[in-house]
Ligand binder design. Sequence first.
Ligand SMILES: [Zn+2]
Length: 287
Amino acid sequence: MRVNLTAVLKKAQLQRIAIGAFNTPNLESIQAVIQAAEKLNQPVIIMHAQIHEKIAPLEMIGPAMINMADAAKVDVCVHLDHGEDRGYLLRAMKMGFTSVMYDGSKLPYEENVANTCEIVRAAHSLGVSVEAELGRVLRPEGGGKPDPDEAALTPAECYTDPHTAMAFVAATNVDALAIAFGTAHGIYEAKPCLDFNRIAEIHKLVTVPLVMHGGSGMEDDDFKKAIAAGISKINYFTYMSLAGGKAVINFLNTHPQQIVRFDELAEIGRMAMRLDVERAIRVFTEE
Ligand SMILES: [Zn+2]
């Protein structure tokens, strides 16, 4: 069943667990995520990131996400991840997305507040939830190299300030807040330095659910600590996608002579992604 972000995160906050949020830029990944959630009987969030527009335009992948969420046996939130322009977010909301993230984290604070307020007003009139971001989660969504401005920032300049977070939530009326405490998008080249106390401090001051971006690739123990400190939504994608890729490579290496059909490879990728998502959901939801 399709539900909004507030509905799934309310459960997470009550149970002190986190709900996994997975990018789904193709049909196999939508199936993999929903099947994993159904197997474990847990709610889940499927996401389309604006940066994936080149692989799967919103108008093409959005209806598939919505239809599969409607048919699911568990609660599924259909979320727009890292939307940067108002028109794009409105298109998603009108299509039936139940939640949008407006990412104004690169903008000056006042501009981020003003734009977020405008998105919140439009979204709430349609029953859609809004996530916003304060602080800087390094590297763009999907990984890759940071832009030069970002590379020049010190960790202290990137991390979310607890009192600013409190003021931001009060000023914007957002439903969830993505915070920066040392995670990065994409593949981790070195062990990240995570500031769990900062999560706890923000959690003390802010009542809305807190979101971790750049979750994939972290140690299980670090997920547990982040959840205990107050994280309720974990964005996880890169390592799920890598699991699919690795399974395909293994298959090709062990079947060198074979003629391979693409749909067969897609199935192998889907199964491996499903298992990786199941593993992630278990870590996020088990005590
Ligand atoms: Zn992100």
